[in-house]
Design a binder for this molecule. Structure first.
Ligand SMILES: [Zn+2]
Length: 325
C-alpha cells in the first residue's frame, strides 16, 4: 500500500503556511504564501487550493496519497460541519469553508481551531504524550487555549471552549478586541506587554533600549523583547515579568476548577522569553492554586513551536476520517 500523508495548513491574517506531514516521516515539505488584508472568503479558498497543490508537488507526491487537508483557523469553528463561525483576524464570519473548498480540491477538508490543533499535536507528539488532562496556552498577539480532558479535545457545547483569553480578570482593565474590558489577553498578551512598554516610553518618558524602534512606529516582535530583556532593559523586564505574574495567577485559579496534570505554555512570546517567563508563572501559580492542586500539575514549555498545530492535523484526520497516517 502506498504511504499516506496529510497537508496541514496554518491560516494567518498575513500568510498561509502549508506542510506535508505524516507520523513516521514528520514534515517533508513546506510552502507559504502571503495574503492581503481584507480578502474575501472566496479569495482565501483559492489561495488554499493553490498552496496545497504546490506543497504536494514539492513533496513529490500524488493527490491520492493525501488523506486530508487540515486547516487550523484562528477563530471559532465547527469541525463537524466545516463552518467558520467567526475568525476576526481573517475577516471571515459564518462561512462554510469545507463545502466551498471541496468544490476546488478533490481531497477531504478538515477544519479545527488553531490552538485546539496545537493541543492535539502536543498531546500526541510533544511534551503532553503522557498527559491525560492538559491545558495548552498560546501566548502571542492574543492568548488562546486548548483543553484536553481524558485524552480528548474538549470543544464545548457550541465549539467555543478554550477561549481563555476572553476570561475577564479585571473589570476596570483595558478594552479587548472582543468588546469587553479587562480580558486576560488585553492584560497579559504580547500585544498588552508592548502597549504598556510604549506607554512607559512615550507618556512616562522612561529610558529603554526600544525607544528608537517605538518612536519609529516599528512592530515590536518577541525576539526584540528577548534581546532587550537579556540586556536588562528595566521597562521591558518589568512589563514581561508583570505579564508572567498575571498568567501564573490566572492559571492557578483556572486549575482550581479543572485540576489539570499538565499546563503547556506555547506561542511566539514563549519561544522567545519562555525560559525567563516560566519560573515566574510557576511561582505566581502557587499563590492562587490550592495546595493539593499544585502537587499534581506540571507547568512546562512546548517544544514543538509553530509545528504543534501542523502535527495536530494527524490526530484530527484519525478522529474524523478514521485514517492513521
Ligand atoms: Zn476579550
Amino acid at each position: 500500500m502506498q504511504e499516506k500523508f496529510i497537508v496541514s495548513i496554518d491560516m494567518g491574517g498575513t500568510k498561509i503556511l502549508a506542510s506535508v506531514i505524516n507520523s513516521t516521516k514528520g514534515i517533508i515539505s513546506r510552502e507559504k504564501i502571503s495574503t492581503e488584508l481584507d480578502k474575501s472568503p472566496n479569495d482565501y479558498i483559492k489561495d488554499i487550493a493553490f498552496v496545497s497543490e504546490k506543497v504536494i508537488k514539492k513533496a513529490g507526491l500524488k493527490n491520492n496519497q493525501i488523506a486530508s487537508i487540515c486547516l487550523g483557523i484562528p477563530g471559532s469553528v465547527n469541525p463537524y460541519t466545516g463552518v467558520i463561525g467567526i475568525a476576526p483576524n481573517l475577516g471571515i464570519k459564518n462561512f462554510n469553508i469545507k463545502v466551498n473548498l471541496e468544490k476546488l480540491i478533490k481531497n477531504k477538508i478538515l477544519i479545527e481551531n488553531d490552538v485546539n490543533l496545537a493541543a492535539l499535536g502536543i498531546k500526541e507528539f510533544g511534551v503532553g504524550k503522557n498527559s491525560k488532562n492538559m491545558l495548552v496556552v498560546a501566548i502571542g498577539t492574543g492568548i488562546g487555549g486548548g483543553i484536553i480532558i481524558d485524552g480528548k479535545i474538549y470543544r464545548g457545547s457550541n465549539f467555543i471552549a478554550g477561549e481563555i483569553g476572553h476570561m475577564v480578570i479585571g473589570e476596570k482593565g483595558p478594552l479587548c478586541g472582543c468588546g469587553n474590558k479587562g480580558c486576560f489577553e488585553a492584560i497579559a498578551s504580547r500585544t498588552a506587554i508592548v502597549r504598556n512598554i510604549i506607554n512607559d516610553i512615550k507618556k512616562l518618558k522612561k529610558k529603554s533600549l526600544l525607544e528608537k524602534q517605538i518612536k519609529a512606529g516599528e512592530r515590536i516582535k518577541s525576539k526584540l523583547l528577548l534581546s532587550a530583556y537579556e540586556n536588562n532593559d528595566k521597562v521591558v523586564v518589568k512589563r514581561v515579568n508583570e505579564s508572567a505574574d498575571v498568567v501564573g495567577k490566572t492559571l492557578g485559579s483556572i486549575n482550581n476548577l479543572m485540576n489539570f496534570d499538565m499546563i503547556v505554555l506555547a506561542g511566539g512570546l514563549m519561544e522567545a522569553v519562555g525560559k525567563y517567563y516560566l519560573p515566574i508563572v510557576k511561582s505566581s501559580f502557587k499563590k492562587t492554586s490550592l495546595n493539593e492542586s499544585v502537587k499534581k500539575t506540571k507547568i512546562v514549555l512546548s517544544k514543538l513551536a509553530d509545528d504543534a498545530a501542523i502535527y495536530g492535523g494527524i490526530s484530527l484526520t484519525r478522529e474524523f476520517l478514521g485514517i492513521s497516517v
